[in-house]
Design a protein around this ligand. Structure first.
Ligand code: GLN
Length: 486
């Protein structure tokens, strides 16, 4: 049996039945990473010591006849913008190349308390800015389905690691699509929870009104299992919220009303992608679900609105990397000449940040500056309110909205890197969800010439359980999810 192919539930059952130990499971993954990751480069660092310690603890409990939780002894990996105490946390940036995390992020602490085995830290676009993982200062990650293609981004390492069986599940972050788009490109399940559903304490901030931590897993059941552990209010993140206690229900397709926004099934959407997405929805319709065309009329402004708000927040959040407080300092770099404090600031940022990060800091500083604030930032905030109200009105009519995740399957490495606007367009269906703060899940729904395609399922605030149940219905109807682990 290849242990690296198992889901969380299968791993758990095997551990409980003593078919294998947590140590054997962990070693199987460490061996697989060693073999596969030279090609894929999903990992920036392996934390074998942490993993082996957690595995031994799980094995002790099993040996002692104690009950273990679902995540206990099961190997996972963490995007490198989430702090794991005592380990490097680089956000894939040169400016943090040697930065050691002084504490655990809230989600990491929760996973550790649940007995998770943390295998390592995963590659990403620098500070989560990008859609291909090519913006990593430490080299790109490759798509396990086709090594010439990108895994998506910015959580490309997370999606690739799960797809390539280099961990059972992973954590990522999603500011404008960074969990869902790579999940779609790699054929795994990706969840961006409701804004505030998961504490962001210990997540390196990109754009604070949009950032959310979420999961990448092999199936919907695993997604629910990890989300249950990481969700919840945390006094250290004032934007986090208690999850309303949902009344238990069992969804049947015949009770489901799905909205298809006409603005998403329009020009620019790859025909093959559209076909697969529509086929998946048709399968639910055959089971009795109803569909209705809806309109999200401000969709055409979403990308522009996102790129103003996000960049503005980026410029504020990244001001802390000044060459003094954290990480790389031109002042301590023998190769740099610095004559005064301003020189240290400027040169640390110039040499520490990559092109895309500097581009966004400049755009954001500009749109927040005196004289431009009203025309850009304030205007974008007003558009954001319109986008939110589009979603609220849609959810008066339908239970869930279904759309493609990205307009195309995974593109080739290098194909879009020199043209930022084309790259930004790959987020067109995902950014409105972050602007509105609603939850959305990316579910594999087939392949175009072996390249996975995702169906996006969007719900109201805090409707994760409904999303899971609808996704499980669809998952059962769609055959042949991810060929890599089927
Ligand atoms: N690709 C988007 C961007 O570059 C989304 C990033 C993200 O969600 N972190 O902004």
């Amino acid at each position: 049996m290849d242990l690296t192919k198992l889901t969380i539930k299968q791993s758990h059952d095997g551990l409980v039945a003593k078919e294998f130990s947590a140590k054997e499971l962990t070693e199987a993954f460490l061996a697989r990473i060693k073999k596969e990751d030279t090609k894929i480069h999903a990992y920036l660092e392996i934390t074998a010591d942490l993993a082996q310690k957690a595995a031994a603890e799980a094995d002790d409990k099993i040996k002692a006849g104690e009950n273990i939780g679902l995540l206990e002894g099961v190997p996972c990996a963490i995007k490198d913008n989430l702090l794991v105490e005592g380990k490097k946390c680089t956000a894939a940036s040169k400016i943090l190349a040697d930065y050691i995390a002084p504490y655990d992020a809230a989600v990491v602490k929760k996973l550790k308390s649940a007995g998770a085995v943390i295998l390592g830290k995963l590659n990403m676009d620098e500070f989560a800015m990008g859609s291909s993982t090519e913006n990593s200062a430490f080299g790109p990650t490759r798509n396990p389905h086709d090594l010439e293609r990108v895994p998506g981004g910015s959580s490309g390492g997370s999606a690739a690691a799960v797809a390539a069986n280099e961990c059972v599940y992973a954590l990522g972050s999603d500011t404008g699509g960074s969990i869902r788009q790579p999940a779609s490109f790699c054929g795994v399940v990706g969840l961006k929870p409701t804004y505030g559903a998961v504490s962001r304490y210990g997540l390196m901030a990109m754009a604070s009104s949009l950032d959310q931590i979420g999961t990448l897993t092999k199936n919907v059941a695993d997604c629910r299992a990890v989300f249950e552990v990481i969700k919840g209010k945390d006094p250290r993140d004032s934007t986090s919220a208690s999850f309303p206690q949902a009344t238990k229900f069992k969804l049947e397709a015949k009770n489901l009303k799905i909205g298809l926004p006409k603005e998403y099934f329009a020009k620019g959407l790859d025909k093959e992608v559209e076909k697969l997405v529509r086929q998946a929805i048709d399968k639910l319709v055959k089971q009795g679900a109803r569909v209705e065309e809806i309109s999200l009329p401000h969709s055409e402004y979403a990308l522009a609105c996102y790129y103003i708000i996000m960049a503005s927040e980026v410029s504020a959040n990244l001001a802390r990397y000044d060459g003094i407080k954290y990480g790389y300092s031109a002042g301590a770099d023998q190769k740099q000449e610095t004559n005064n404090l301003l020189d240290v600031y400027l040169k640390s940022r110039q040499h520490g940040f990559g092109d895309e990060v500097r581009r966004r800091v400049m755009l954001g500083t500009y749109s927040l500056s005196f004289g431009y604030y009203d025309a850009y930032y304030l205007r974008a905030q007003k558009v954001r309110t319109k986008i939110l109200s589009d979603f609220s009105q849609a959810f008066d009519k339908v239970d869930l909205i279904m759309t493609p995740v990205a307009p195309t399957p995974a593109f080739k490495l290098g194909e879009k890197i020199d043209d930022p606007v084309t790259m930004y367009l790959s987020d067109i269906y995902t950014v409105p969800v972050n602007l509105a703060g609603v939850p959305a899940l990316s579910l594999p729904c087939g392949q175009v010439e072996k390249l996975p395609v995702g169906l996006q399922i969007i719900g109201k605030h805090f409707s994760e359980e409904l999303i899971f149940q609808a996704a499980e219905l669809a998952e059962a109807l769609i055959k042949g999810g991810n060929p890599l682990y089927n």
